[in-house]
Unconditional design. Structure first.
Length: 146
């Protein structure tokens, strides 16, 4: 999973390179629109769910991931995207793996020790999943060679 998260961070960095010249375009809505395009996903539902889980604003600008500024907001976003991609309940997403993936992607950048929680994550109607402890999911690992 850590290598998969590294790949996810690298993809987010590539999105910054794509959007950064456009004023106020590097925001949660555009990031998810590129990650989960309407031709393959219910993008609006994806965006609504991520915004509800994270408390972020859809038009809220994000900083370049590799700079480590506002890392906490990025962590919330990656965590919610993991819920959408893998089906892991938001509160059970391995936050430490997200952090280790960031450190692999951008060594020496993250100096933030503080962790923030989203504002009252909403119940998104996902029924209780069976106990899958010990199961390996490859949802992020498909990007491991990035």
């Amino acid at each position: 999973m850590i290598v998969g998260y590294r790949a996810a961070w690298k993809v987010m960095e590539s999105y910054w390179k794509y959007f950064h010249d456009l004023p106020k375009a590097f925001n949660v809505r555009n990031i998810i629109g590129r990650w989960a395009p309407p031709t393959e996903n219910d993008t609006e539902n994806y965006i609504r769910t991520v915004l509800r889980l994270t408390g972020l604003g859809g038009n809220e600008n994000m900083t370049q991931p590799s700079r480590g500024m506002n890392y906490e907001r990025w962590e919330l976003l990656i965590r919610a995207m993991t819920t959408m991609e893998c089906g892991t309940p938001y509160k059970e997403v391995d936050v430490e793996a997200i952090r280790e993936g960031f450190d692999l992607a951008f060594p020496g950048v993250r100096k933030v020790k503080k962790r923030i929680e989203p504002r009252k994550p909403a119940d998104i109607g996902v029924s209780k999943l069976p106990d899958m402890s010990g199961t390996t999911f490859a949802c992020w690992d498909e990007y491991a060679d990035w």
